[in-house]
Design a protein around this ligand. Structure first.
Ligand code: GCO
Ligand code: MG
Length: 404
């Protein structure tokens, strides 16, 4: 037991790629000893910052840095009404920073504290998108040339498929309109051509439905894509409809990944214990950090379910490092989504994990192994961005709002 205490908790809100990120710095009474954590909820980063500064900071300052689990439980219980993406991200920022601090105190990377590595690096998948099939194919070829073997694919319009015109109502409101009827056909044609073009190549694809279809439509997509040996079909159903997974499971052998929108690991209980999915896909800071994520991974392990943590553009390199320490540690690691780092991010966050031949490697420095150049972060300030008029406001042709 040390007598090192939390001295200050600060937030760094930065947007190196035009996407707002929130990083938390926990400073201690030990000179020079601090930790970093990711608290990025890009659409509501100001709310997370407020929860940290106004609510969590007074609760945690002066507390011993040793007892991560106790601090996590005290923080989650402190508002009586617990969880939700705002509070979970605030707690995650502190939780990951405390693991970083513990690693620095022990002189070990966080994966060592968790029990060491089952693998040296984590296989990652990248995103390839095209407005048409040719663009998509080129994007996939580029990733193959860079050494990647897993790619999530998407195509705006597949030539040769029926595209039903979107007939809107009078006075239709703004929004990202989509036609739910042509998705199965378009995705089927996309994978048919990918299979043809990449036959004999060690390349594996996944496909994200993004929770927006009705259960029976999602089943139609699952059945259509069954012949193409997907790595997994992602978020086929919305969290609200997750009981319908039993239908998809009983009708199709397509592997299923679920949970990017989950904010409470308990939402997985039924899906995992009734063996309805193959991959857990939640966002580590959205469930509260390393502490709950590692437990969730262990729970999934008992049921033969693997990890595929959410790793989109709206996660800081600190968050990528945190998930990677779990990736290399847990026996039931599946795959890691990876958006890549820009040159600006690599400079702003010294110690960014490195990708080689399709694997992402943590470095061997103590803690999470990553730092932040705060002066540089200030040059790319986070800002208020209007998120409501892009694809977050998805609508069916008649204007019905559909949650993405
Ligand atoms: C994914 C996602 C993301 C999210 C984004 C929302 O699978 O990576 O669906 O692209 O849409 O994180 O902010
Ligand atoms: Mg997704």
């Amino acid at each position: 037991m040390s007598d090192i205490k939390i001295k200050d908790i600060r937030t760094i809100a930065t947007a190196p790629n035009g996407v707002d990120l929130l990083v938390v710095k926990v400073e201690t009474t030990e000179p020079g000893l601090y930790g970093l954590g990711c608290a990025t909820f890009t659409q509501r980063w100001q709310a997370v910052k407020t929860a940290l500064e106004v609510n969590l900071k007074p609760l945690l300052i002066g507390r011993n840095v040793d007892d991560i689990v106790d601090l996590w439980e005290s923080a989650i219980g402190s508002s009586y009404w617990r969880r939700g993406p705002v509070l979970n991200n605030a707690i995650s920022g502190v939780d990951e920073a405390l693991w970083d601090i513990k690693g620095k105190m022990a002189g070990m990377p966080v994966y060592q504290l968790l029990g060491g590595r089952c693998r040296q690096g984590a296989a990652v998948y990248r995103h390839a998108h095209g407005n048409n099939y040719q663009e998509l194919k080129q994007a996939v070829q580029k990733y193959i040339a860079e050494g990647f073997r897993y790619v999530r694919v998407g195509c705006e319009h597949m030539e040769g498929t029926s595209v039903y015109p979107i007939v809107k109502t009078e006075n239709a409101k703004d929004g990202a309109y989509f036609n739910n009827y042509d998705i199965a056909e378009q995705a089927g044609e996309m994978f048919r051509r990918l299979k043809e073009d990449f036959a004999g190549t060690d390349i594996h694809f996944c496909y994200d439905i993004h929770e927006r279809l009705a259960p029976i439509e999602a089943l139609q997509v699952a059945k259509k894509l069954e012949p193409y040996n997907l790595l997994f079909l992602e978020d086929a159903l919305s969290p609200e409809n997750s009981d319908w997974y039993s239908l998809i499971r009983s009708q199709s052998h397509i592997p299923l990944g679920m949970g990017e929108l989950f904010t409470n690991p308990a939402e997985y209980k039924k899906l995992i214990s009734e063996r309805m999915i193959d991959y857990i896909r939640c966002h580590i800071s959205m469930i509260g950090g390393i502490t709950p994520a590692w437990k969730l991974a262990a729970f999934a392990e008992y049921y033969g379910v693997k990890t595929a943590w959410h790793g989109p553009h709206d996660i800081s390199p600190v968050g990528v490092a945190a998930q990677l320490h779990i990736d290399v540690n847990v026996p039931n690691f599946g795959i890691q989504e990876f958006f890549g780092f820009s040159e600006i991010e690599k400079e702003m966050f010294p110690g960014c994990p490195e990708v080689r031949n399709g694997y992402l490697y943590p470095n061997k420095k103590p803690g999470l192994g990553i730092d932040v150049d705060e002066e540089m972060a200030k040059e790319y300030p986070a800002q208020f961005r209007e998120h409501s008029h892009n694809w977050f406001l998805t609508r069916l042709p008649d204007g019905t709002p559909v949650r993405p």
